[in-house]
Design a protein around this ligand. Structure first.
Ligand code: NAD
Length: 492
């Protein structure tokens, strides 16, 4: 029993949220952990009251105080909010690390039962296509900016290595699409390679994300810790959940520098709301991650053992699991009944799988002050030159017409290097003939090698191009420390 109760913000959430959250709270209390819960609101009802963020000020204030949140799923009712309250919470508190363990559980049938799947997916949670920066370039052409930063990459990759070290895990796999997105996914991969040197006791490997999906479906036990960018992580963490029993069993933690939010992966399952039939395991496992986060490791191990005993014995089986195992769905355990069984099993050790009480991770080595490669001074010291600009245009003109017209507008400092359509060069003619979609990119570079192009040169160019074409956006072309800041077009 702890002397001082822990202060934790609890957000029961929508749909089945309150039922699964109450289960976890009851079990935590039964395990003897004293918690002073600050109950807070977010989600559907908040949106309906006209708060377009879905997260009221009092809830934010509570999280600022407690720094730890246990939350149920939140709904974004159609027509009431722009952004999901879940995403708002993640962004407000910069919980950059989404951690999703996928571990085989006894009594939960899967294709790989008995093989010992036990991996942790560490997903970057803020950047990438999820920054939500989207534009319609024309009425028919949409664009989403994929933002990957050195800082964001270093934070999540170091988080993954430190997690592996803390838990005594042997391998970290970095999963990217760096072969195609050489600058964005490539930055993540290069950062991983740089940081891996600081963790010599951990095997560091890089795999292309599509191969990770393939390998995970074929031979999942090979994975230990997997670190990856946001969209990749979204997909493969769900894949990993599917390998060990699915949504009813998938926990998660969202960790930031100051705040951590623990939640089940599943949504509000509205059709089961209030019926006391939902499987609470995912939220209970999430609450174990929370207990470990606040230092209640013994209680976490005891509860985890009780969950393992309950699943292993199969005396209390929730409807979803009964359906999967061909059991008696009609007489399946209720949410409350299943939670009562876990409470009754506190103090017991599982018979068929190792007890988590024995799996205490080795003491973490003294934390060294990490060296970071990002920061204003580091960035400012990089030798740089602007050598041109890409101008994107709304145009259906044939390349043979647009190319010469654009070349004639280049001026004295710049010349037209090429025109492309969706990344495939169409001028000068390469014989490639991609479908026209109404947007072209014109790449202008300095006429003379080594000459720096000024903002005034680019502004003048834009003015001239704007008189003949409708430009939609502009990207400067730089050389940073001798390396081009842009990729070539297909065929260039
Ligand atoms: P869902 O996860 O609620 O349901 C998907 C399916 O899985 C349903 O058949 C559901 O009945 C079943 N299921 C989910 N959890 C279960 C459990 N614990 N035990 C047994 N079966 C379970 O996903 P959805 O239907 O796409 O979304 C419903 C709502 O939840 C939406 O408003 C969505 O935006 C929201 N949502 C919230 C979160 C979150 O808060 N983190 C995550 C996902 C979805």
């Amino acid at each position: 029993m702890t002397a001082q109760p822990h202060r934790i913000t609890v957000i029961p959430g929508d749909g089945v949220g309150p039922e699964v959250v109450r289960s976890a709270q009851r079990i935590i209390a039964a395990a003897g952990v004293a918690v002073d819960w600050e109950e807070a609101e977010a989600g559907a009802e908040v949106f309906k009251r006209g708060d377009t963020s879905g997260v009221p000020r009092e809830t934010r204030a509570s999280i600022e105080r407690t720094r730890v949140v246990l939350k149920g799923p939140l709904e974004t009712p159609v027509g009431f909010g722009e952004k999901s309250a879940n995403v708002t919470l993640r962004k407000l508190f910069e919980t950059y690390a989404n951690v999703r363990p996928a571990r085989e559980l006894p009594g939960v049938p899967t294709r790989y039962a008995g093989e010992g799947v036990d991996m942790i997916i560490v997903r970057e949670n803020i950047e990438d296509l999820y920054a939500g920066i989207e534009h319609m370039q024309t009425p028919d052409v949409a664009q989403c900016l994929k933002v990957i930063t050195r800082k964001g990459s270093e934070k999540i990759i170091r988080y993954a290595f430190e997690l592996a070290r803390r838990e005594g895990r042997a391998k970290v796999t970095c999963a990217t699409k760096a072969n195609i997105m050489k600058l964005t996914e490539g930055l993540f991969k290069r950062t991983f390679e740089q940081l891996s040197v600081e963790y010599p006791e951990i095997t560091a490997e890089h795999l292309i994300i599509d191969n990770v999906a393939h390998q995970m479906a074929k031979n999942p036990v090979q994975f230990d810790v997997v670190v990856t960018t946001n969209l990749n992580g979204d997909i493969i963490s769900d894949l990993a959940s599917g390998l060990v029993g699915g949504l009813g069993f998938a926990p998660s933690g969202n960790y930031g520098d100051g705040v951590a939010i623990f939640e089940a992966v599943h949504g509000s399952a509205p059709k089961y709301a209030g019926k006391d039939v939902i499987n609470p395991t995912a939220l209970i496992l999430s609450s174990l991650m929370m207990l470990r986060h606040i230092g209640e490791t013994a209680a976490a191990a005891a509860i985890e053992d009780a969950v393992l005993v309950t699943l292993e014995e199969g005396k209390a089986v929730t409807q979803d699991l009964a359906r999967q195992t061909g059991g008696d769905v009609e007489h399946a355990a209720s949410t409350t009944g299943f939670s009562d069984s876990i409470i009754a099993n506190l103090g017991r050790r599982p018979a068929t799988v190792p007890s988590r009480a024995d799996a205490t991770p080795p003491a973490s080595p003294a934390t060294r002050r990490p060296s970071w490669a990002y920061g204003p001074e580091v960035s400012a010291a990089v030798e740089r030159r602007t050598i041109g600009a890409d101008i994107f245009l709304e145009s259906w003109a044939a390349p043979g017409e647009a190319g010469p017209a654009l070349a004639a507008l280049a001026g004295d400092v710049l010349l037209l290097q090429m025109v492309d359509s969706r990344g495939t060069m169409v001028f000068p003619d390469t014989g490639l003939n991609p479908d026209a979609v109404g947007v072209l990119r014109a790449r202008f570079v300095a006429r003379e090698d080594g000459v720096a192009v000024s903002d005034a040169d680019i502004a003048g160019l834009l003015g001239r191009v704007g008189e003949r074409f409708a430009w939609t956006h502009v990207e400067k072309l730089h050389v940073f420390a001798g390396e081009p800041s842009y990729t070539k077009a297909q065929g260039q």
